[in-house]
Design a binder for this molecule. Structure first.
Ligand SMILES: [Zn+2]
Ligand SMILES: [Zn+2]
Length: 429
């Protein structure tokens, strides 16, 4: 569509945009407004999509497409629906050159951002003032989205590996592993238990672990030796190759990762710290082949003086190097697998979070030794919070009291002045 074709949206198109916007608002309305059931709105969007007068990528008076509206509101499910119906992820008719990816990045919704990347969103496009989606997200402090975009690995990068090359008789990577492998490379959570869960679910990666490891090693080499070296990706692909190799060995021997996962979760007697996890990650860093990589040096420097069990852990250091600060600021991290936004708490101590019951059950054999003392700690923290609250309240009362006194003083002064004035008047009479 040429720019001069841009026109005001039709009534049907306006209704369509409204349905998308309202779908979003449903989650943000206050209690006294009538709630619009999300499901009904989704159905409305679906119905409107079928209308022949609505073209999926029509633009409104600012050049914004429905997909961009949905992306800006972080509505992953609507974006998914629009993309499935052929919406152009890279439409560029917006007045300020914003793309759907830029809108998603601004929204701060990492899931929406990831979805658009998976749909082929270009990361190199710039808006009318020359900013990419990453730069825009960084500018408004949406660091999770910055990390998602920076570490995004496209499935296309695996295409060379599914072709039969040279004297080979079979491709280096089976076609059906492209999607699960690309998805794994895109993980922001590097926790070995999370990887173990994922590998177990995608056992093809374990059955072909040697091929997967070779592919990852080759990607790592490419990251280090190409003209545009990508140290983050090199560290990441190397780490994954190491974990897949270890898991592959276990899987070959035992036919499952269950036991290995349990060992990874198990904490030591004294403080519940998982030594095996720490050693696994430290070993993977040690085996990184490219000694001229500055990130490798950063890892070694950070970890060399740290005793096993002290902070920072190898996982923290590696995550920081690969993802930035991400894992340091979140207090809702699953104690078992490192996923963020883990909302479930241990009901006894309320001091540890989990994704779900599975994660909690797996952690219990370690956690049960510390649950009681953590519960006591929780009580102390709560008491302290309460005391602080009381103190704050008292301080406020005192402040108000002082202000009252000042006010009274002023009043008295005025009265004294008035009295003197009257006495003066009497004396003069
Ligand atoms: Zn978990
Ligand atoms: Zn507990």
């Amino acid at each position: 569509m040429a720019a001069d074709e841009k026109k005001m949206p039709s009534e049907a198109e306006k209704k369509f945009i409204d349905a998308i916007v309202e779908f979003y608002d449903e989650f943000h309305e206050s209690v006294d407004t009538e709630m619009i059931p999300a499901q009904r709105k989704l159905e409305e969007v679906q119905t409107l999509l079928k209308e022949p007068t609505i073209k999926i990528d029509f633009t409104d008076d600012t050049g914004t497409t429905p997909l961009q509206h949905a992306a800006f509101r972080g509505k992953t499910d609507i974006c998914q629906l629009l993309l499935a119906n052929g919406a152009d992820v890279n439409s560029r008719f917006h007045d300020n050159g914003y793309t759907a990816l830029m809108f998603a990045a601004l929204s701060g919704n990492a899931e929406t951002t990831r979805l658009l990347l998976e749909a082929g969103a270009r990361t190199d496009y710039t808006n009318s003032v020359g900013r990419t989606a990453t730069q825009m997200a960084a500018f408004v402090g949406q660091h999770e989205c910055v990390s998602v975009i920076n570490n995004y690995f496209s499935k296309d990068d695996l295409t060379p590996y599914i072709k039969i090359q040279g004297v080979d008789t079979e491709p280096r990577l089976p076609q059906e592993l492209v999607a699960p492998l690309a998805k794994m490379i895109n993980f922001a959570n590097l926790h070995p238990v999370k990887l173990a869960f994922y590998l177990q679910e995608n056992s093809g990666l374990l059955e072909n672990s040697k091929k997967v490891v070779r592919t990852l090693e080759s990607l790592c080499e490419k990251c280090m030796k190409s003209r545009d070296t990508n140290h983050v990706m090199a560290m990441k692909t190397h780490y994954f190759s190491f974990v897949v190799a270890e898991a592959g060995k276990v899987y070959k021997e035992k036919g499952s990762l269950d036991e290995w996962t349990k060992q990874l979760i198990k904490g030591r007697q004294s403080d519940g710290f998982s030594v095996m996890q720490e050693n696994l990650i430290r070993e993977s860093i040690k085996q990184f082949l490219y000694s001229d990589c500055p990130l490798f040096h950063q890892c070694v420097r950070s970890l060399a003086p740290v005793k096993i069990g002290d902070d920072p852990t190898a996982l923290n250091v590696l995550s920081q190097v690969i993802n930035g600060q991400r894992f340091f600021n979140d207090d809702k991290t699953c104690s078992t697998c490192g996923e963020i936004k883990a909302e479930k708490k241990c009901s006894a101590c309320k001091m540890v979070n989990y994704c779900n019951q599975t994660c909690q059950k797996l952690h219990w054999s370690t956690h049960k030794k510390f649950c009681k003392s953590l519960a006591e700690q929780y009580v102390r923290i709560e008491e302290m919070k309460k005391k602080e609250e009381e103190l704050k309240q008292k301080e406020e009362e005192l402040k108000k009291h002082k202000e009252d006194i000042e006010k009274r003083k002023g009043e008295i002064e005025t009265l004294v002045e008035q009295k003197e004035e009257i006495e003066k008047q009497i004396a003069e009479q």
